[in-house]
Design a protein around this ligand. Structure first.
Ligand code: ASP
Length: 395
């Protein structure tokens, strides 16, 4: 006969077993779905259909009596030669859209960013991956801009170019092109990435660091997402995943955004003239060190005037590496008190793009304040981490 105490113990044991079974099933399902998700978005698969948007830049330029100039058809001709050598299995099946006129990237601006984004959006379902070929001078600006314009990307968008034209016997264009094509053709990285000199960098973390070397770009505050060495090694854990349906968020190109880089002796009347003469909507302040600025009354008054006019002010450091924390010194605290937002470890390029994005989508002052310091596209790290102790690691 089973007594009352035994049956109680039995019931207790069954409940415990059920709970353990439930937990194990939960863990199993979580691992299973995570794996599936990873495989879907962070995967190496067969060659894909690639849409190449060629905007201009050194890579497709040829020598002329007035220096290097873009030549229509030249890049496509070079690409076709690569297919002949390596075959479509390696470098994918691509279609090229060449813009006219081909531009030096110094002439590319927000309207072009929107145009390129719309062109991708239009054929988004027909292709598996996209490569934008651009000049290097403003490549970090376009890669930052597109990182915000594309919301919840679920396909790879590569940006590349080169420092030496494909016309030269020794050039970096060939390697940058081939690496970009192989990545676009075989990997799914649902982000805007900059592929240059064997580095695979998050688009909104990139900055041009060298005007004369083929190592043109770095991701000073964040490790590269991948490195193309003897093999292509991706850091899949760092790759972002879409959180909802893909959406196009073009910028309002009527917005006026200014950048003010501080320097010792900066005259407040200079800031006043920017605020007074134009209808400015946002200013990125490139401050000293950890986010410091002069505390002289005229300077601070100019910023107060800007705030009173409804201009949004964002603080990023003019140091190549590191992040803003205005709480350390009075010279930073004053900015905080005035309502200058903390841009943390954003690059200048990312801060400009983010301001465009937030202002275009009419976020309220409160929301802008909150979102500026929030990680939206991987453009910043919200809290101080050991990343910052690894000085020089990502250059
Ligand atoms: N001036 C060129 C451009 O940005 C430089 C380059 O492509 O490297 O278009």
């Amino acid at each position: 006969m089973v007594n009352k105490k035994d049956s109680k113990n039995l019931a207790f044991a069954i409940v415990i077993l059920l709970i353990i079974a439930l937990i194990l099933t939960g863990v199993f399902l979580a691992i299973f779905f995570c794996k599936q998700r990873k495989e879907k978005f962070n995967s190496v698969t067969n060659n894909k259909k690639i849409f190449i948007l060629y905007t201009g830049g050194t890579i497709g330029m040829i020598k002329s009596p007035v220096g290097y100039v873009p030549k229509s058809g030249f890049l496509e001709e070079k690409l076709n030669q690569l297919v002949k050598i390596h075959g479509k299995d390696v470098i994918g099946d691509y279609t090229i859209k060449e813009y006219s006129p081909l531009l030096d990237s110094s002439n590319i601006g927000p309207q072009d960013w929107n145009l390129i984004a719309r062109d991708i959006h239009e054929v988004y379902n027909q292709y598996d991956a996209f490569i934008i070929i651009s000049g290097t001078d403003t490549m970090a600006y376009i890669s930052s801009a597109l990182s915000f314009i594309f919301e919840n990307l679920n396909k790879t968008v590569v940006i590349t170019g080169s420092m030496i034209s494909l016309q030269e016997p020794r050039n970096d264009g060939r390697n940058n092109l081939i690496t970009s094509l192989i990545i676009a053709s075989h990997y799914t990285i649902p982000e805007v990435i900059l592929v240059f000199d064997n580095l695979i960098i998050r688009g909104c973390r990139a900055t041009k660091v060298n005007a004369n070397s083929v190592h043109g770009f770095a991701s000073p505050n964040y490790p590269p997402l991948g490195v193309a060495g003897i093999h292509i090694e991706m850091d899949w854990e760092k790759i972002r995943k879409p959180q909802g349906p893909f959406q196009l968020k073009p910028f309002d190109t009527r917005l006026k955004i200014a950048v003010i880089k501080l320097f010792p002796g900066i005259d407040s009347t200079f800031i006043d003239s920017i605020i007074k003469n134009n209808e400015i909507h946002g200013i990125v302040l490139e401050t000293f060190g950890i986010g410091d600025a002069p505390t002289a009354k005229p300077f601070l008054n100019s910023l107060v005037k800007a705030k009173n006019k409804g201009i949004e002010l964002v603080n990023v450091t003019q140091c190549l590496m590191g992040r803003v924390d205005e709480r350390d010194y009075e010279t930073g605290v004053r900015l905080l008190q005035l309502g200058v937002y903390n841009g943390l470890d954003m690059t200048l390029e990312a801060a400009i793009a983010k301001l465009y994005y937030l202002l275009t989508y009419n976020k309220s002052k409160q929301e802008i304040k909150k979102l500026i310091s929030k990680n939206l596209r991987g453009e910043l790290v919200e809290t101080m981490s050991t990343l910052y102790l690894q000085t020089g690691m990502f250059l």
